[in-house]
Design a protein. Sequence first.
Length: 183
Amino acid sequence: MVLLLLCTIPFWTSNVIRMIAWIPLLGRHGVVNTVLQRLGVVDAPLEWLLYSEFAVVVGYIHLYTLFMIVPIFNAMMRIDRALLEAAGDSGATEWQTLWHVIVPLCKPGIIIGSIFVIAAVMGDFVTVNILGGGQIASVGKAIVTELSYLQFPPAAANAVVLLMAVLLMLVLLIRLVDIRKEL
């Protein structure tokens, strides 16, 4: 419970501030490059750490991990400890208990977390703009660009395609678990 609460601390600030905070860490003269150069791991700064797909993925992980952790945590809290003891008494190893008891019982949490993350990531354009440096393409960014040039028909068409793609993914995920039963 304490670890879960510690994970919420970064969410006390806005997404934009959290994304900008990565720039001094991943930049050409940032903390990561400085440490790697002083340790002798690299001779020159790594250019791909910032304003790249790598930086966007790091930003997404930073932003949306909690949205995945909380539903899984909730599902894990519902697991009866007697089931874990029964698996151990039956001779199951820790890995067998994990894959045959815990993961199937956490499936609703995994699905619900996936729904949260997919819905949030698909429309995110701030992370792509800040950490991608305007170099990485995304549907959300394309829609924003079209709107800034007053190209409303293509923006609307892209928004509808994005909405349909998200709805299709959500319908497929919802078919895997009965969400009403979990709420």
